[in-house]
Design a protein around this ligand. Structure first.
Ligand SMILES: C[S@@+](CC[C@H](N)C(=O)[O-])C[C@H]1O[C@@H](n2cnc3c(N)ncnc32)[C@H](O)[C@@H]1O
Length: 255
């Protein structure tokens, strides 16, 4: 339920430290993966790379919903340790997206969910992805536009989190420019609004534990103010619902 709610983290998040509890606040996203898979044609021998796969929640979903062979890479050994517990069938590699440990033209599809804003330097990662894709391969980056950040539930109660994240999330047009510069063609972006989900008590509990890393980035005063408002909303029986919004940025590697 708490799948897509702002566990954004920062460029300096130590994912080794948060790895063990990561799956308590974030699960795989079937609809997001469906959106990706429905854009590409994959055969039995296709190979897919999940860049920054984390605990492999999405890697696993794609593996189970396609006939392709899945490979995941991540910079955090802690996240990969969690991933390995549940995905023995998936090849996982400890690597940086800046230096993918694969030969040229290895994959038919590469995707990256909630990783773009963590990258200290985006162009090298996009260049590397272009290199490892086969001719006709596709790359999909799932991220949020600044407008979509404004619509988050966390922004409603903790507005300061939005300003911080807008400083971290690359502008969509800038990201597309990087894709074109790397050689990708047919570069396009698709905003998508997911179905509304009710935010049950566990949302409040997670906020109370500061389970969303952005809550550590705002002042204690801002946090306490937002928490008070949120508790009041729950106490008043408000039905909090949230329709997550994401942008899918695509690029093709033409022959
Ligand atoms: C918010 S998590 C997203 C994990 C997964 N993609 C998901 O959607 O659940 C961000 C992940 O990106 C990884 N990451 C950040 N920078 C990276 C880099 N340069 N190379 C590889 N992985 C990176 C982190 O270790 C972390 O696991």
């Amino acid at each position: 339920m708490s799948r897509r709610i702002d566990l954004a983290g920062t460029k300096n998040v130590d994912y080794d430290k948060v790895a063990e509890g990561y799956d308590q606040v974030r699960t795989g996203d079937p609809e997001m993966m469906h959106q990706i898979l429905s854009e590409v044609f994959l055969g039995r021998n296709s190979t897919i790379l999940d860049i920054g796969c984390g605990t492999a929640n999405n890697t696993l979903l794609v593996s189970r919903n396609s006939h392709a062979r899945l490979v995941g890479i991540d910079l955090s050994s802690g996240m990969l340790h969690e991933a390995k517990k549940k995905t023995p069938e998936i090849h996982l590699a400890h690597a940086s997206a800046n230096h993918l440990p694969f030969g040229n033209m290895t994959f038919d599809l590469a995707f990256m969910t909630e990783v773009l804003h963590h990258l200290a330097d985006v162009p090298p990662v996009i260049n590397e992805t272009f290199r490892v894709l086969r001719a006709s391969g596709e790359f999909c980056i799932v991220t949020q536009s600044h407008e979509q950040i404004d619509h988050r539930m966390t922004t409603r109660f903790f507005p300061a989190t939005a300003e911080i994240d807008k400083g971290r999330y690359p502008n969509i047009e800038v990201a597309k420019k990087h894709l074109r510069a790397a050689g990708f063609t047919n570069v396009r972006s698709k905003p998508f609004t997911f179905a509304r989900i009710p935010l049950e008590d566990e949302y409040l509990e997670t906020v109370e534990k500061k389970g969303y890393s952005m809550l550590h980035k705002i002042s204690e005063v801002e946090y306490q103010e937002g928490l008070k408002e949120l508790r009041a909303a729950y106490a008043a029986g408000a039905r909090l619902e949230y329709a997550p919004r994401y942008t899918f940025i695509w690029g093709s590697k033409s022959t």
